[in-house]
Design a protein around this ligand. Sequence first.
Ligand SMILES: [Zn+2]
Length: 468
Amino acid sequence: MQIKINFLGAAQNVTGSRYLLETNNTRILVDCGLYQERRFQSRNWDPLPIPPQTIDAILLTHAHLDHCGLLPKLVREGFRGKVYCTPATSEIAQIILLDSAHLQEEDAEFKKKRHEKEGRRGPYPEIPLYTIEDAKASFPLFSAVNYGCPVRISNDVEAIFYDAGHVLGSAMINVIVNREEEKRTIIFSGDVGQWDRPILQDPNVISKADYIVVESTYGDRIHDDSADINNNFAEIVNSTHQAGGNILIPSFALQRTQEVLYYMNDLLIEDRIPHLMVFLDSPMAIRITEIFKRHSELFDREMMERIHHSKSPFDFPGLKMVQTVDESKSINHIVGTVMVIAGSGMCTGGRIKHHLVNNISRRESTVLFVGYQAIGTLGRRIVDGAKRVRILGQYYPVRARIAQVHGFSAHADKDQLIKWLSGLTVAPEHVFITHGEAKTASHFAEYFKEKTGWRASVPSYREEAILK
Ligand SMILES: [Zn+2]
């Protein structure tokens, strides 16, 4: 029996994770991610090499859009199998897919109007990639699987999910193909987290596999672990409080927001900052934080200790969850220092924009970045030192303090990836290095081969590999 993998995404780039695994009897997709880099977005419209209704199941590693964001499109095109993932991923992915569908609809409408006005046609159809209805149609297919519990996908394929320590519910997936002669195991790393991060458990280390498909987002870098997040946070909060301004933190709704709350809570407990009001001003981040609260079984020991002592970072004095737009706007009338955590993480949309309008020209306020800012985003222009920026159609001079706290990465660096791979006690047949820029992935492939002497390669888009 033959086993084949087709690399349909995250092959020499970092988004669009999607791998088609075929045996004589079964077809599964591991991840079904959206391409987010502008130069690859047209691939979101490419038809699959096989009809979607012939796929038996989809296995999701985690709820980030670049791993699950194309699922509604596949369902619209006829996929009717089950979508296996952990319970937390199932809950978070549904929130993220609805938000994505909403943005897809808005975007298509906006493009249509602009093209009509300019009397031209764009390179892609002016219809949403999928709609809110399509996203909702995918929800009944979700089937939750706990870590460590084998699940039968078909008569010859089983899978086991392990904690990847990347975001809540994230998994690495061991796919086991039962052949007459022998079993074959293929491990898909998903995104590998870092060791010793707040809230989550460390990534699981796997000791045996025939094949590995491993990410390489930071495969050419060593994280600077001297970045002292607590001290940096304390300094920024205290000096902004002294100046009498506000602290704005643009933040991603999943994981980063909860980590910011974790550090704030610690500083308050240690009495290192004044007891100011902290507004979580993002309905999506609030819903995801509620999912964190329901899944304390996924927390690490330090986090459990805080919960047992009634010191949960998701429920401390001064923390306010802001649901409505009116409540959000009323924050601007508060005198004295407050902290506002709002989306989007790169200031491309969401409620952070109106807080920026009210604060970016105030010398006493601080805009604090805790995440990567992609080229072309408002967040990037601000961290790059723009003197004035356009927000909601108007220009504003940048006078606020612009600060960054580093050290928040949710991805393993190259030595941590090696540490994870070194958990294997026997050399695998082959290691496929994916989910990294072409240069980064090749660098990591060379580094890995040098360190271990094992076989590895960097597959290209739509490359097919036959497994022995
Ligand atoms: Zn991820």
